[in-house]
Design a protein. Sequence first.
Length: 433
Amino acid sequence: MPRVLLLMSTRTYRARPFLTAARRLGVEVVVGSERRQALAGHVRNTTLALDFRRPDRAVRRIVRFARDVPLDAVIGVDDDTAVLAALAAAALGLPHNAPDAVRATRDKYRLRRVLAHAGLPGPAFQRWTVDADPARAAAVAPYPCVLKPTALAASRGVIRADTPAEFVAAFQRIAALLAADDANQRHILVESFLPGPEVALEGLLVAGQLHVLAVFDKPDPLDGPYFEETLYITPSRHPPVLQAAVADRVARAAAALGLREGPLHAELRVGPGGPYVLEIAARSIGGLCSRTLRFGAGISLEELILRHAVGLDLTGLLVRERAAAGVMMLPIPRAGVLYGVQGEETARRVPGIEGLEITIPLGQPVVPLPEGDRYLGFLFARGDTPEAVEAALREAHARLGFLIGPADAPPAAAECLAAGPARLALPVVGQPR
């Protein structure tokens, strides 16, 4: 039985899909996370506590573990474990991406430089330290422009500025976010804004060859001032020639970076002169979005990744099912505490809706972009056409309402939901129909 080390944060959404796929395949799993698991002492050799902030120490721990419990593959499930996975696989002599290649995907400035050196079109860009004078930076910035931290994910800290005054405000806001963050990041990237719709590409690299698994449309415009992603719909409705250009740009970007093995997720703009690679990551699609993808005889994206990692045959399995599918990442409309959700059952009854997951527990704080790093949840749909899937997701979202209020709101507020909005002390965001 092959054995895989899955490196994942305890905050990840991806644990269940990967563990389910492993059970289906008969692959033994060791979970490496930043905290000791509660049952670690009862089930030997199935968990490994690692210090993600000190990758050299974590690699030594993995190598010692593998002397007694041999590993056949190491997979980084999320952004914060991708580099560690490459380092550990290299130390163990297992198939892997070069650690420097993965590091480049985690540093937006370094990524931009690599792609520019390879001749791939992209925005004009500059990098500033958080200690720089924002007025001086604003004086030389292209407008409109986008400011972003060099290493945060999920659109955190990404802000558009159209004027020097907006630039200074965005710069100061990002600097404050980084000061409060625990990642010791000190740089802000400034890019010229590229107009046009966005798409995402999900792929699998096998010996340097990119296999396109899906191209997602993002129907909602992402023009700022913040860049919260909502809808992902596949198959893409863009012309085949444009989709081929997207795949070509991603393949060239991966080659320029030196990525050769495993999952790949890329974000692109398809405006004039494009497509432009905005981001590329050496991991699969985030959140619960992989639930939209089925391949071959109904296998999941996670099963494909595991099959590739342990060297199982992929023949005939890299073709996505014919049905259209999509996901909506439910946006957080305002900061506060989530006290209740209305309309879940009516949303689930919309034709085409396959699932609804509210992923923030009641009573927990919610923070919108650009500071926030979570969604309220995920809606999933499947149908005959991308248009039908998009319509189902929008209709279901319109039926949901979220009770969000200040932290000192009455504890009984959530209990009032059944009585309807008129009885609520706090406003319902997104009034359910």
